[in-house]
Design a protein around this ligand. Structure first.
Ligand code: ZN
Ligand code: MN
Length: 502
């Protein structure tokens, strides 16, 4: 009997607004002492009134538009009632039946993953359980941080697709500059609803799964405590396997909430799943219903940045890059913008100096893309920096690519210059001159050098003449050593071939 996993995601990114969701407290708690960014409103004192944060609403509307949602022009807030020590009011202000955005989608590998809704709510405080002590400490600095919640339809088919969805969603949040959404830092939390069904027992109907006549669906399990993309993938795979084994043993799946245990690499039962009835939702009486102004929405739509999928498309079309190269360059918005400055510098250069062939095959743009995604990214990763930290300008970098392109330096000299520029900034042509890295392509000098080398190795020359052609590499190595790596490799190879046959 074969099984199919059915996965839905609930993702909570924290929004990086200036102030909290319903009060004027600072929303940036990084490096702050516990319980210093609090006020009577976010501590839930009686008699206080919440005032919604306009920037937070704007952020959710932008996300809704970027994710192809319908925007609810008549929205409202609701109370979600539950008791937990980190929830000072005894309820969370959230949105129940009128979320700000609904019915959207995000495309993953040409498949549309349907988004049920995106709504706005507030975060809770944080509990700490000091080791070896029988006590719990609570920090309310995070209480009242604006939290966006995105819910997908149960249409995700495996762990890899779930992970990709989450990564793409994070990328869009970063492009919109509404959340850093770093899972490791708790800025984005992700829960997965996972069930396993027998193939042929269910169908998708309006985004939900329904049992076929005479069949029964297996229960789903909600997995929490997921702190990275990798954990998300592992937790889902673990659940699919666990549930499949249960079903094969004819055991029923319990509808419950399970937590991912990173150390044990397994999910652990936490509690029986509550249903929405347990929360006794009702409209928030202290906040009037929201009416979204059409002009405001149009303004938000007009100010959306170019999103990753469009940028990738354009990089492929305008610069002749492969899909893969364009994806790498656009992974981070700032890196994409910097790359684009480099490439447009190079295009300007080609207009001025290049020939028709250069223009046709877009060779220079491809070369730039290789240097950007290879050498430059390597340095950035090694130092855990981003393009905004760079000492060199896009213009300097473009000039370096031109030097390699024109064969004024070979690629290993290019790497040396890049490393120097990375550390100190500067003009690559000057650095090349100072370091004496200019490529040696004087034919007469190269010929003299090569003749000298051949005379020193008569045995290898004979081998070559007998047909052992890879001896050429041996000689090329000698030429490079003799010229301190400065010989133009293409020219050296041509001269070697000519002299070896002679
Ligand atoms: Zn406050
Ligand atoms: Mn929520």
């Amino acid at each position: 009997m074969s099984y199919q996993a059915i996965i839905g995601l609930e993702i909570h990114p924290e929004l990086k607004t200036k102030s909290k969701m319903f009060c004027a407290c600072d929303n940036n708690a990084v490096g702050q002492k516990p319980n210093t960014l609090v006020c009577p409103i976010c501590l839930g004192h009686p008699g206080t009134l919440p005032v919604p944060n306009k920037q937070a609403i704007e952020f959710v509307l932008a996300a809704g538009l970027a994710l192809n949602c319908e925007i609810n022009l008549n929205s409202k807030f609701d109370r979600k009632n539950y008791f937990y020590p980190d929830l000072p009011k005894g309820y969370q202000i959230s949105q129940y039946d009128e979320p700000l955005a609904k019915n959207g989608f995000l495309e993953i590998d040409d498949e549309k993953i349907l988004i049920t809704r995106i709504h706005l709510e507030e975060d809770t405080g944080k509990s700490f359980h000091p080791k070896g002590k029988d006590e719990t400490l609570i920090d309310f600095n995070r209480a009242g941080t604006p939290l966006m919640e995105l819910v997908t339809e149960p249409v995700i088919k495996d762990a890899a697709q779930a992970k990709k969805f989450c990564q793409k969603f994070q990328q869009i949040l970063r492009y919109l500059e509404i959340s850093q959404a770093d899972m490791e830092k708790g800025e984005m939390r992700c829960e997965a609803n996972v069930s396993v069904q027998k193939v042929g027992t269910f169908k998708y109907e309006k985004g939900a799964i329904k049992a076929k006549a005479g069949k029964k669906l297996n229960n789903k399990v909600e997995v929490k405590n997921i702190n990275s993309f990798r954990a998300l993938e592992k937790a889902i795979n673990f659940e699919i396997e666990r549930q499949t084994e249960q079903l094969e043993k004819k055991q029923e799946i319990i509808a419950e909430t399970r937590g991912w245990d990173e150390k044990k690499n397994e999910t652990v039962s936490q509690r029986v799943k509550e249903t929405s009835a347990d929360y006794r939702y009702f409209p928030e009486p202290d906040i009037p219903p929201l009416e979204i102004d059409g002009e405001w929405l149009a303004h938000i739509r007009a100010s959306l940045p170019e999103l990753p999928s469009k940028k990738i498309e354009r990089f492929v079309r305008e610069y002749g890059l492969s899909q893969e190269a364009a994806e790498i360059l656009t992974a981070d918005k700032d890196f994409a913008n910097w790359s684009e400055q480099v490439i447009s510098e190079l295009n300007a250069w080609i207009e001025a100096h290049g020939d028709e062939a250069d223009r046709q095959d877009k060779k220079l743009a491809k070369m730039a893309s290789n240097w950007l995604s290879g050498e430059l990214m390597k340095h950035l990763k090694e130092r855990n920096e981003n393009v905004n930290d760079l000492k060199m300008t896009a213009e300097n970098f473009a000039e370096l690519i031109c030097l390699v392109y024109q064969n004024k330096i070979n690629s290993s000299a290019g790497q040396t210059i890049l490393e120097f520029m990375y550390n100190n900034g500067g003009d690559p042509t000057d650095i090349m001159a100072e370091m004496g890295l200019e490529q040696l392509d004087d034919e007469a000098i190269l010929e003299t050098t090569i003749k000298k080398i051949l005379a020193l190795h008569p045995e290898q020359v004979t081998q070559y003449k007998k047909g052992k052609l890879n001896v050429l590499q041996f000689f090329l190595g000698k030429v490079m050593a003799e010229t301190n790596g400065k010989a133009n490799p293409k020219l050296a190879k041509e001269i070697l071939e000519k002299l070896l046959i002679a």
